[in-house]
Each structure stands twice: as C-alpha cells, then as structure tokens.
Design a protein around this ligand. Sequence first.
Ligand code: PEP
Ligand code: MN
Length: 371
Amino acid sequence: MIIILKPDADKSSTEYNDLQTYLDSLTDITVRMHEELGQQQRLTEFYLVGNTASLDINHINNFPVVERAVRVSREYKVLGRHSEDVRASYFDYNGVRFGQDEFHIFAGLCAVDTREHVEIMMRALNELGLNCTRMGAYKPRTNPYSFQGYGKKCLPYVFELAGKYDIKVIAMEITHDVQIEEIHNALEKAGNPTGVMLQIGTRNTQNFELLKTAGRQRQFPVLIKRGFGITLEESLNAAEYLASEGNHNVVFCLRGMKTNMGDPHRNLVDFAHVPVVKRFTHMPVCIDPSHSVGSREKGPDGILDVMHAAAQGVVAGANMVLADFHPDPLKALVDGPQALLMSELEWFVEDLQIARQSYLARKTLSEKQLS
Ligand code: PEP
Ligand code: MN
C-alpha cells in the first residue's frame, strides 16, 4: 500500500503525528518513507510492505494529512501504475523534464575517444537546439582485450565541453559503483556545468548490488536497459530495485533482444513494448535503435534501418531515444559500424520529429474516440 500525503505536510503538526503513531502501531508491516523535493512543493509518501490486506483504507484516508491511500495491485510497488494513483509521473533533472508525455533525443558517442570528437558532437547538437547527449566513459566489453573506455580520465573534458555547448544531461553508463563517485567528483571539480543520467547497461540489468547502490543515491537519475535475454517482467523488477532503494527517477530503455531471429539486425527490435511499459509503470520509456539494429544498412527507400526502428518506437510513444553518432566511424573505438554520421544528424532529428508528430496526432485521434 502507498500512502500519499498532502503536499507540504507539516511534520511537526499533531495531524502528522497522529498518522505516525498509527503507522508505528502496525505489526508485520514495514513502513518506508519517501520524500520528493520539487521546485514548488515537498511530497511525502509512505510505502507499506507486508500484510496490508487487513488494513482499513477508509480509516487511513480519514487522517487529515493523507491525500490518498492506494492499494498496490502489481508487483512494481514504487514504479508501477496503480488505480487511483495520484503520484506525478515525471521528474525534473537539471532543468529537463522526463516523463511519459515528454520527448528527448540523446544522440552522441557510444564511447568517448578524443576531445576533438566530443567537441564536434556537442557543437552539432547545440546547433540543432538539442541539450542532451550520450557519452560512454566506462564500457562493458564482451572481449577482455577490447578497449574498455577512458573512464574517469576523460570526464574533465567531457563535462567542460558539455558546459560550453549547453548540454544539460549526459547519459553515461556505469559498470561499477565506484564510478558514481568518480562522476560526482569530476562534476564538482568542473563546477557542475552539466548533469549525468547514470546508465545501467543490458549486461548489468540484473547486477542487483549495482542497482541497489545506484538506487540509494538520489543525485543522479538512472536509465536502466532491458536485459537482452530475460523477460520484460524480470527487467521491470530490476528497475524496481532502483526505486525500492529510494531513487524514483528511473527511465526504462528498450534495446532489442539477443536472438538470431533478429538477423540480420544485431538484436530483435522490441519497440512494440513501449506502450506496455507505459501501461505497467510510471517510467518514461527510452528506445535505443542503434544497439537494436547494429548497422548502417538502409532499405530500398533510402532510409536507414536504424531510423526506421527509431521511428517505430517514437510512433508508439517513446519518450527518449539513445542513438550512436560518430564524426569518423572508421576510427571509433566502439560500435563504429552502427554509428550514424554527423551529416545525418539533422535528417535523423527531423525524421524523429515527424514520428513524434504522428504519435501526438494518433493520441488526439484516440482521445476523440473516448469523448
Ligand atoms: C551502450 O548503450 O553503449 C551499450 C553498451 O548498450 P547495451 O547495454 O544496450 O548493450
Ligand atoms: Mn555501444
């Protein structure tokens, strides 16, 4: 059960104290408090875990500080969508709003290689009015002899250049919990010129200790990729690990499933699950067409498969797109063959805007059916 308090509930009031006394009296139930400090108000929620079936919801709703108590119908207690749930389904980070009605493009380098390439990428984004990107510093590689990313060495110039080109959020994968502190320290040293969305890659979707650590910190939002060989339910439970530890600012990313049934694509594109994730949870849904398709092949219509796949996800309501670009793909140290060219960035962005407009028109059409 979730008990949502009225905004700005005063903790020193007798009304708050009455609720607290009631919660303290519950046996066999664990109570966890969660606070969200928004720009305008502070929201407090209590998560009750255990034998809550016997609790009288009307009694709880009658406490003056309570806005609403919600019985949790699915297993994703925090991230799930529950009936009569009045919690906000978006979050703001570094001036950017992420939610199920928003749309952001995160084009960037799969792996940071040189300062020059980072600068070319960020300048191009800035010229198109984009303020988010992806930049891999820590790379989980299949082969131990492959390039593993420049790690904390590259962070100072990545953050400095992000500030220079007004990039507000960088999606950056972490493979180990110490990297969260490295990112925090490098940002602070640079004067916090930008923000970072921590990325949990598909190889770490069920690295529960990493999830717990990323979930315990509240400084950075977290993007979690769907595990490439597990069910959607298992991946959504992995996302719930982050939230259950306290961090509710979570984005869920579809990136294709590992199976030869997807050949000749690198993975089987799974973007039909965009509306499913939105139906089950409050999370904004991201798609990664680059790692799904894995090549620069194009159809007879001249449109790249990566763009077709991206459009499919966006037409279905995706809220974020991660895409690999590179100024010189032949020299890219990771995933060059799937990177789009800088000369294709404007085309890509315009193509996605068409898909987004199409989604919005489809949504309006569906709303008309209901009225
Ligand atoms: C990536 O986004 O760079 C990446 C490694 O993706 P995935 O975890 O989906 O393979
Ligand atoms: Mn990659």
